[in-house]
Write a protein of this length. Sequence first.
Length: 243
Amino acid sequence: MASSRFITAKKSKELGTKLCSLASENQQRELKRHIYVTNRVKSDNETIYYMVDTINHAINEGRRIRFQYIEYTPELKPVLRNDGEVYELSPYALFWNEDYYYAVGWSDKHGNVSAFRVDRMKSPEMTEEPAAAKPKSFSLDDYSRRIFEMYDGEPVKVRLECRDSLAKYIVDRFGTELKTRVLPGNRFVVDVEVSLSPTFYAWVFRFGGEIRILSPQKAVMHLAEMAQRMVEVSRREQACNKE
């Protein structure tokens, strides 16, 4: 509970106290572990439990949900996206990823399957409108692998060249049901399906060149353009600091 991001600090403490109250004195001593989670960003949305329950109920009833969505200003103040626009979603599942809940379903606005962070929804409610039918080709497992941290992008097959020691990261992201080709020099090649989104490119960047995109060419170009923009921004900042 202490480490979970979607549970607020206040609720973490309340739930821990309630759990301890149900145990015997000896059990309470065992439950009071001296474990501390440092620098953990906790949600400040106290209604998350009710929101999850509402969405789950809508899934069970085959109904749509309606909500507004929260974004943040450069001052880190919450604001409603698109001046308070009301979104509608036909929810198919609640997805747990990187310590956050996401509602995954069909969005008429976007014309595809989309994902919304539950803790950033404002007052989701179940409507009387029946949910749109789930696309026959939709697979939650495939969707989650492709989207990574739930940022939408264009799904494509990408060929990666990786250092052998990074195989565990490929498994973590894509599983073991992949065909690889071993290369000289402690490297291997693997084909994966991903979304060409900033999240994917950031994931590649983190390995400092030890994972390279070989194809398609547009993915190679996108990554190179992002790197070039980063270099240009850094140069401008250095020039401004010298002035």
